[in-house]
Design a protein around this ligand. Structure first.
Ligand code: ZLV
Ligand code: CA
Ligand code: ZN
Length: 396
């Protein structure tokens, strides 16, 4: 014992504005902002609001978003509404061609929706910078595919990039970790040429699986004199990864990256589409395995600022379970396995197919589609060794 005392607990702040909830991408679209209603209700029913500072987030301004996005693109988004006849070229330029623009439809109130989820990430980043908070949470954010000039994969505004830009005002190095089942391509691209942000994405990689980028050898600019060389790291996993394999791979890699890069702030995107039973993702993870990443990063990042964001997640009851569990990890609480009787929408969590009113149902026993595990121990070990090799070029 060296006599140095650990302050008893970190201050956790929760950034949310319920006005994100009422927005709809369309009835056939997998992205349901309603999952945020369910998450909020579950967090409140467990009483977690008494263990955190709760902030009603404000809308980000256009000027704040212009730190990353172009003025032209933002003006286009601000003018969009479903009753407007769109110029075909402009639509193609900003929302993609006719097949991809189904991913990013035009819907009512979209500009407000973008500014609310981005405002919450910015508020979180500022609470960390001003030392009002040690761990800031925004489950409505984490929209990692948006580019400077273009919407992509359900993401129009990249709240992660603007939040990281904020953190860079007072932090020399920011580490971005992304456990959404999709590759965090927009964030990687935004910080491709700098060594002040290291991006690390774990994702499913397969031909035909969106966005089809993020191979193990994709480590940043090829030109070694570019500061960003070696500062993009990717862990391409295969369908069906087990809880134990995930924990091992994540801890070996994230642990080594944190130690080597030594950031003063970490942003963790917690996309819940890496859970078993997700409508889009082919992984088999249970909630506690997903949450083990938050636990691990929180422990390793004692004395560093931590921004926790949402992301994908297409089976709303499991998204709510997952992010409630992860909120509890942040505040250091243990939650009862039985979901409180008084939670609104409790029926979403009951019934044999919906997890019997439990917080931690065993997805292997619930899933209708079981994704066979294609990850061998040899394959995963080769990924870990490959990353260790890359880390020799990183200076902390
Ligand atoms: O979770 O989409 O595969 C962060 C995130 O990472 C594609 N999109 C695109 C490329 C051409 N295709 C097909 C376009 C389909 C448009 C509608 C769906 C509709 C119903 C059910 C599933 C999808 C869908 N779209 C599944 N995967 C896609 C991906 C985009 C995935 C974005 C993940 C976002 C929030
Ligand atoms: Ca990812
Ligand atoms: Zn995703």
């Amino acid at each position: 014992d060296n006599g140095i005392q650990r302050p008893s607990r970190e201050t956790v702040s929760f950034h949310y504005n319920a006005r994100v909830e009422g927005h709809h991408f369309g009835s056939q679209h997998p992205m349901k902002p309603w999952r945020l209603t369910l998450t909020k209700q579950l967090v409140l029913s467990y009483g977690l609001q008494y263990a955190m500072d709760m902030y009603e987030s404000r809308m980000a301004t256009k000027a704040e978003l212009a730190a990353f996005h172009s003025e032209e693109y933002l003006s286009f988004l601000a003018r969009l509404n479903p009753r407007k006849d769109l110029d075909k070229d402009e639509k193609h330029l900003y929302l993609g061609d006719d097949s991809t623009s189904l991913d990013c439809p035009v819907f009512d109130g979209m500009w407000d929706y973008f500014r609310y989820y981005s405002g919450a990430s910015l508020d979180g980043a500022r609470a960390l910078i001003s030392d009002q908070s040690d761990i800031a949470i925004n489950w409505s954010g984490g929209l990692h595919h948006a580019h400077k000039n273009k919407a992509s994969g359900f993401c129009y505004i990249n709240d992660i990039v603007v939040a990281i830009q904020q953190l860079l005002l007072t932090n020399t190095r920011v580490l971005y970790i992304d456990i959404d089942v999709h590759h965090g391509d927009g964030v990687e691209e935004a910080f491709f040429s700098t060594d002040r942000v290291l991006t690390l994405s774990f994702h499913n990689f397969a031909y035909g699986f969106f966005p089809e980028t993020g191979k193990i050898g994709d480590i940043g600019p090829k030109d070694p004199s570019n500061a960003g060389a070696h500062h993009s790291l990717n862990v391409p996993l295969k369908p069906g990864i087990s809880d134990d394999q995930w924990r091992m791979t994540f801890q070996q890699i994230a642990g080594a990256v944190i130690d080597q890069y030594n950031p003063s702030a970490v942003v963790l995107q917690c996309g819940a589409d890496s859970l078993g039973g997700d409508r889009l993702g082919p992984f088999n993870l249970n909630i506690k395995a997903h949450g083990s990443c938050v636990e691990f990063v929180k422990d390793r990042c004692f004395n560093r600022k931590l921004l926790i964001l949402g992301g994908g997640g297409y089976t709303p009851r499991n998204v709510a379970r997952c992010w409630t569990h992860e909120t509890a990890i942040c505040v250091g609480a243990h939650l009862n396995e039985t979901i409180p009787a008084h939670v609104p929408y409790r029926q979403a969590f009951v019934g044999a197919e919906h997890g019997d009113g439990r917080l931690y149902p065993d997805f292997d026993q619930l899933q209708r589609v079981i994704h066979e595990n294609e990850n061998t121990e040899e394959y995963l070990q080769s990924l870990v060794e490959n990353i260790y090799e890359q880390l020799r070029y990183i200076q902390g």
